[in-house]
Design a protein around this ligand. Sequence first.
Ligand code: COA
Ligand code: ZN
Length: 301
Amino acid sequence: MSHEPAASEVEIVEVGPRDGLQNESRELSTEAKVDLVERSFAAGLGRVEVTSFVHPRAVPAMADAEQVLAGVAAGPGRVRSALVINQRGLDRATAAGVDDLNLVLVATETFSRRNQRMGVAETLAEIGRLVAGTGRPVCVTIAAAFGCPFEGRVPEATVLDLAGRVADLGVREISLADTIGVGTPDQVARLVRGLDEVAPGVRRRAHFHNTRNTGYANAVAALEAGIDALDAATGGIGGCPFAPGATGNIATEDLLYLLHGMGVRTGVDLAAVVDNARWLQERLGGAPVPGQLSRAGVWPA
Ligand code: COA
Ligand code: ZN
């Protein structure tokens, strides 16, 4: 085992309004979605994935993407990010005035076709066109980078090869996503370090789901490997509607507790996020959210 010091700071990207709400059976009003975004910015989360500009039939909970983004004012320290998959989505996001883009490249053929009705090579070509046609900062998320619900294990070489191709397109950031929560810390360390070689100079981001309770260990492994940004969802809600058995993201509040305890700076107010998680739980009907801090409380009080 390596014993390198963890990074002294890391950016937390709040993905609850997108990854979280896309997978909830109860749909929030547009106003409540805007509230969740505003509460997140108020807590000090500087970048929030506000929505996704995908087909409303594919993900009904994101059908009001334009209205949600319109409800959230632009401003310094408030990066309003959105997920986009194709040209139509980019056109919509651009017209709506999005600040930052998250594009998706699924690492396996079967899942790629199920999620976005394009194969891997076709998606890569589409991403090339989207990147060339936008002046906005782009992250490309490599989904199913740690395992696929349909094809099983995904070779690390495949993921790093895709990352290298994405880096060649001139993106600002690459995110490795454990869409179905199957990864383990050793794998995370190898892949994040691998990015240094295939995508030098590109910001490194990671996205973990806690489906098998490895999400927080994976976040620590990513941190130790030098990750620049970690995704998390308030309350630990979330999941991909196109991946059978997918469950929640790592919870923003639980991740913050862990990071702050380790002395890692995030600029985020933990107590405010705990409050947001409790608020969100109410809005979603009251069933306990997966995150633990909203029940356990901040310690020391
Ligand atoms: N937003 C709204 N409408 C869209 C759209 C978008 N982003 N992309 C395509 N459409 C419309 C087209 O305009 C076209 O409409 P028309 O029939 O009235 O002309 C129709 O959808 C079909 O277009 P096509 O390009 O063939 O899309 P598709 O049916 O192959 O679907 C996606 C592709 C990507 C739009 C769809 O699979 C999708 O939205 N998937 C969502 C995946 C997702 O969100 N996963 C979770 C997060 S990773
Ligand atoms: Zn996710």
